[in-house]
Design a protein around this ligand. Structure first.
Ligand code: PHE
Length: 428
């Protein structure tokens, strides 16, 4: 089970393609500002995204199409639905629980909450924010076109809330939480969805803050000059500073999980991992239904990122957690399964076509409920020389029990559409 391998750690194991044309256009696009999703919500006042032959319009910004454009009308129709801001929606509830925990645990001298919360930043970001600002090089596998939704070569739907780290640090914030919808173009399964939600957290420390509680702390320093990068630390950091920041990070997240799951329920464990924008980096896994479920990625922020954001005199930690992931152990609603199998056309079919189609049929399900699917069987008929695929589709309503009848209606629609649109031949 991977929060990060397939969809979530789009930062690992990927191979990438950039069109030559895009490379230089991108470097021209240097400026960006924080722009909130103005009036996106439910009052109907936001113009709906428009896809035309030569442009894509989202939130009143027109993005000319180019050879990177791969965002679909269906995905665009989910942009701006802001489930995490819809009162009483399960994702909103989880977000509120997390906010609540941080508000109560980190209080300033005058009783003010120390973490600010940002949950209304536009999911349309510059490619530069999503990748370069986080030190993810242009040739990094995670930038692959097939795994992201690009509006064009300069703009995309954010693939993670980390896309906003740098701009928020630059705006002077030392502690913040950030919730938002994120988009990754890959298969849907019980752990992955093309649209999901993340909560990012960042905390920065000055020299004084970090060592204030340590005996003779004033003699200690965050930075050293001739240091070396090791598996434990970055070259510019002292080991003692890293250990304290790491301890604070793990403690903050362990307390958060206890707050969400209750004492002694769902054991957790830490796994070392890699992200281009943190070092050292970790994943937290939570025990759920006999498995270890990856819940979040985190680590000590790369100093180069902080320097470029104007906070080079501080050190920090960051985490990004999946809200749907958290909902899994928190949700008690049952899963329903149904299989679909068909013969593929001789050519021109890819698995992603099926996942895209499924998204478009189960549109509301994908957003409101957990819908997932996995290729579970692959067979070949030597007689007809045809290949067949069988997918297991998993349905779950996040708020209540989905009935068999409701599931059959959606499943039937997927079967029909597959035949019609993908030129497959059903085996049902
Ligand atoms: N942005 C990472 C992801 O989505 C998670 C992460 C956030 C890791 C912050 C480290 C720090 O895969």
């Amino acid at each position: 089970m991977t929060f990060f391998n397939i969809s979530q750690t789009f930062l690992k194991h990927r191979v990438r393609h950039w069109s030559a044309n895009c490379q230089w256009t991108r470097s021209l696009a240097v400026s960006h500002t924080l722009f909130p999703c103005r009036g996106l919500s439910t009052d109907g006042s936001t113009p709906r995204p428009q896809i035309s032959e030569d442009s894509i319009e989202v939130f009143s910004h027109v993005h000319p199409r180019d050879d990177m454009t791969n965002v679909t009308a269906k995905i665009l129709s989910t942009v701006g639905s802001q489930l995490h801001n819809r009162p009483h929606h399960p994702l909103w509830l989880i977000k509120e629980h997390i906010k609540d925990h941080f508000y109560r645990s980190y209080i300033g001298r005058t009783g003010n909450p120390l973490f600010s919360v940002h949950d209304n930043l536009s999911p349309v970001v510059m490619v530069e924010q999503n990748f370069d600002s986080l030190l993810i090089p242009p040739d990094h596998p995670s930038q692959k076109k097939v795994d992201n939704y690009y509006l064009n070569c300069t703009h995309m739907l954010r693939a993670h809330t980390s896309a906003h780290q740098k701009e928020l640090v630059r705006s002077g914030l030392d502690r913040f939480l950030l919730a938002g919808d994120v988009y990754r173009r890959d298969e849907i399964d019980s752990d992955h969805n093309p649209v999901f939600h993340q909560m990012e957290g960042v905390r920065l420390f000055s020299n004084h803050e970090l060592f204030a509680r340590v005996k003779n702390g004033e003699e200690l320093s965050l930075f050293e000059s001739a240091g070396r990068r090791t598996p434990q630390k970055q070259e510019t950091h002292t080991l003692e500073a890293v250990k304290l920041v790491e301890f604070d990070l793990k403690q903050a997240l362990t307390h958060l999980m206890r707050h969400l799951f209750g004492e002694d329920r769902n054991p957790i464990r830490w796994v070392d991992c890699y992200f281009p924008f943190t070092h050292p980096s970790f994943e937290m896994e939570v025990r759920f239904q006999g498995d270890w479920l990856e819940m979040l990625g985190c680590g000590v922020m790369e100093q180069e990122l902080l320097c470029s954001a104007g906070a080079g005199n501080k050190m920090g930690w960051a985490f990004g957690l999946g809200l749907e992931r958290l909902a899994m152990p928190l949700s008690k609603n049952p899963l329903l399964f149904s299989d679909i199998s068909f013969w593929l056309p001789a050519e021109g079919y890819t698995e992603n076509d099926f996942y895209d189609l499924e998204r478009s049929i189960g549109g509301d399900l994908v957003r409101e409920e957990l819908l997932s699917s996995n290729l579970i069987l692959f067979s070949y008929s030597p007689r007809t020389k045809r290949v067949s695929h069988c997918y297991r589709v998993v349905y779950r309503h996040m708020e209540r029990t989905l009935t068999q009848e409701e599931m059959h209606i959606i499943h039937g629609a997927i079967e029909q559409a597959a035949e019609k649109e993908l030129r497959v031949q059903g085996r049902y």
